[in-house]
Design a protein around this ligand. Sequence first.
Ligand SMILES: *Cc1c(COP(=O)(O)O)cnc(C)c1O
Ligand code: SF4
Length: 459
Amino acid sequence: MTAVNAASAIADEPIVALKPPVGPEAFEYKNLRQGEFWRHIPAYEAVDEKTFLDHIWQGRHSVKTPDELLSTIQKLASPDFIEDAKRGFMRAPMQVRVSPYMIALIDWSDPYRDPIRTQFIPLASRLLPDHPQLSLDSLHEQEDSPVPGLTHRYVDKALFLPLNVCPVYCRFCTRSYAIGGDTETVEKAVLATDPKKWERAFKYIESRPELEDIVISGGDTYQLSAKSLKAIGERLLAMPNVRRMRFATKGPAVMPSKILTDVAWTDALTSIVDQGRKLGKDVMLHTHFNSPNEITWVTDKAMRLLFERGVMVRNQSVLIRGVNDDTQTMQLLVKRLGYMNVHPYYVYMHDMVKGVEDLRTTIQTAVDIEKFVRGSTAGFNTPLFLCDAPGGGGKRDLHSYEYYDRENGIAVYTAPSVKPGKTFLYFDPIDKLQPDAQARWRDETTQREMIEAARAKAS
Ligand SMILES: *Cc1c(COP(=O)(O)O)cnc(C)c1O
Ligand code: SF4
């Protein structure tokens, strides 16, 4: 037998199937919503593709009041649902603002269970009492803020908040202390939203040589004009100490078409990334997808454009009850992001903020989901699950608790390189605990005892 014949004989041997073939359900992540999916919404029935994708049209037609919601979806939802939303809007700590893109992706035949409705439209009937240990600004960002609009908590990185508006408002926003307009229940702190005020933050960053990494968030950098985006980017790139920057925006998840239609904005971002590359500085986009339902052909097209331009994107999700708090949904989200070359970076425990107890879940749930997700795709496409410890301890690997009292829902964290010597507590939502533990949380004395016991076990 010649060498060539031997090789072809080997090639002809049957392939041994070590693994069973995968069924079509394994490819669900590639199954993106296609076509003019908005046309079933009464108000968008006559809206063509060009109009629907236009970011200005999207902004103008965002739903901000129960009346606007009703006139948009009309007969798609029951009068009971609209009434429930009306009362929900009144009691919510966040203003409401939902893009048409999001409205079109809500399953209006079952809005109570829909993951997108859950994130953006509060319903009075679903609200739960807040946890007794909960506060607004649970991350104490204002305490680590040397100048307005800048949080310097970690040694080498800082969070710059140049504006306090977003293309949508998320019910679960960490910064509900500052984001959006005042609501019936919360008066907002003032962030530096005026370009002249940004200069104070820039001066501070320049004065701290250890600051190498700047997160530009808000609010949402989608709402910065192309000119402001470029000005901020270039001002920071010019600082010798700044080596890394990330622009944070929820935009790709809630209004992906802006990347395609707001040419000036996308060009400004690309220009900063290109300038950064020439200077040896890393500039990225950080975004915030929570549900696989948020991802459609429009998202795919927008992410493709950024990829072609060399703009890398990372994603940070929040673990939200009824949105992504089960293994299958989280795995689908992670696979779908990876498919679009968006790296799933973090999944956060829901912060302990006011008025959204129905959205939180337990540390144990997160541990279980993480175990399931890890191993299903590339490691760099597998998110790290985090708890941003209330009280300013910063981000902690969820599994790194010093002690976790599962029964009473108390996890104790430490953060030696952020706040040495201090402990930080995260509390599971009370309605997820057994009835006897729920009863213990109703009594202030037992509350204190449980917390003290958990701290003692941790040390
Ligand atoms: C999240 C955060 C950062 C960035 O942290 P990474 O873990 O590097 O993504 C920086 N500053 C503050 C205050 C933050 O909350
Ligand atoms: S986009 Fe971000 S900053 Fe704005 S409301 Fe949502 S979570 Fe808050």
